[in-house]
Structure formats: C-alpha cells, structure tokens
Design a protein around this ligand. Sequence first.
Ligand code: CP
Ligand code: NVA
Length: 312
Amino acid sequence: MEHLSALTDWNEDILKQVLAQAAACKADPARFANVAARRVLFMIFEKPSLRTRVSFETGIVRLGGHAINYDVNTSPLGAGKESLPDTIKVVSRYADLIVARLFKHADLEEMIAHAGVPVINGLTDFSHPCQIMADLLTIQEHRGTLKGQTLCFLGDGFNNVTHSLLQGCAMMGMNIRVGCPRGEDYEPLPDVLASARKLAEAHGSEVIVTHDAREAARGADVLYTDSWMSYHIDPSELERRVAKFMPYQITAERMADAAPDAIFMNCLPAARGYEQTAEVIDGPQSVVFDQAGNRLHAQNAIMMRLLEQARA
Ligand code: CP
Ligand code: NVA
C-alpha cells in the first residue's frame, strides 16, 4: 500500500509524474470529473487549517468523490476512549483515502502501520509534503523549470515546510539555501540535511545552510518564508522568537539581493511585519495566492496516484 508521509517516499520520476498530472488537472478539470466517483476521503485535523482542509474537500468533490471532515474533539479518539490503531482500522473499512494533520510525525507513522487505505500527510511537526508539491508546481509555472533554480528559505529552519522543501528541491535538482539562526532549535534536522545533501549531489545541485540572510538571498530565483510561530509553537514563545528571526525577515532589501525577476513565496498563513513585510507579500513579485490555489491541483494528482496504486 502506497502512502504519502514524506516526499522521500517517492523518487524524482514519481514527483515529475505527479506534477505533470497536477498540471493536466489544472488545465482540463472536466477530464478528471469522475476519476474518484463514489470514493470517500476521510480527513482528520489536530491543528487549524484553511488551505489543506478546504482544498482537499473541494478537490475530492471535483474528482467525483466525497469528503468527511472528522472532528477529533467529538471523537472517541479525542475523548481518550479509542486508540489510534483501532480508529484507523475502523475508518479503513469505510473510506478509500485518509488525510491527517497531526502534531507528532510518529502518530502519522502509527496510522500508516494500521491503515488499510492510503494515508496522506496533511502536515506534521516534521514535514508538509502536499505543500511542497503545490510549491514545485508554482515554481515550474512562474520560472518555466525546476532544475537549476535556486530557492532561498529564510526564517525557521527547524520547521516542517523547510524539511519538505529540502527534500523536494534536492530531488528535483534545485539548489536550496536555508538562512536561519544558529542552534538546533532553528536549524534543519541533521538527518534531513544529510539526506537532502546526498539527493542534491545525485541530482547535480547544492544544499547550503547559512546564518547570513543576505548571502542566502543573493541571486536566488525564489525567496520563500514561513511562519515564525507554527501551529505547534506555544504563544509564550513569541517575543523570544521574533528577536531571533527578525534578521531573516524578507524585506524589499532581501528581494533586491535576489535575482531581479525572483518570486516571493509563503505557504500561508502569513503574518505581515513578521516573516515578511507587507510590501513584499502584497507586492508584484509575490505569488502566494497562486501557490495556495495550486494546493488543489497538486493534491488531486496525489489522490489520483494513491487511489490508482491502491487499486493495482
Ligand atoms: N499552507 C497550509 O497548509 O495552510 P493551512 O494551515 O491553512 O492548511
Ligand atoms: N510551519 C507552519 C506551516 C503552516 C502551513 C506550521 O506548522 O504551522
């Protein structure tokens, strides 16, 4: 049974196939209107969501299927009356696909171990593969290609989106530079970094971690940032984190350090005045709403692949 826990579950060829299918879905949605007829997507979210929740539900309906958004707070699981394995074994008897947004990645792995249908990672504290599939589609559309492009991520390096970007960029032969504060609470996980470096080497690209934001941004084709206060971070951390991350804010100056035609990306939700200034996110180089829109198409391609693999 194939699942999507992290992008490294796949290889470069599969990523390319899924991206091509996403582009096809976007160009001609009518062609795919019945591919998931009567299929049911079960969605479970432990954290807030706008994009993931709404794009998956819209997506499965556009493919002819149906979504159930299961409220953890009113579930036997949430009440501590039923275990995660039992919940997933039961759901697998009804639904055809599962999307889960969880705190612990280990819980997602436990779900996968007990699931009888494909499970899609809708974000854990560790990774966010669906986001990066949409991001790659967006970069391809705006820059014409992925291979050889340089993406600079500034801000929280010890972050789900950063980890998945490292994997996705390296697998597609893109260069990735992460500009973040020093320290294990701010830098990417060493294991993720080591495997991204290996992948990048095999695909002719480069992975750099630096603490110099200007150096990271210099000549980049894509400047990318994410919240400094991810869903799992306690609000009491705000002041301390803002002081740490402010040197990595994406400002007009950082945009000027990048290539003249660079694009600005943020997976959203965004906080103006924090990870980027309002003039950057609301400016002409920003593609954040195209990026959010592409969640729908990328995820439809992901769902189609996993449904097909499960049938095979
Ligand atoms: N980017 C993203 O996953 O957004 P949501 O948290 O709104 O789903
Ligand atoms: N790093 C962010 C991503 C939100 C889509 C978080 O985990 O909240």
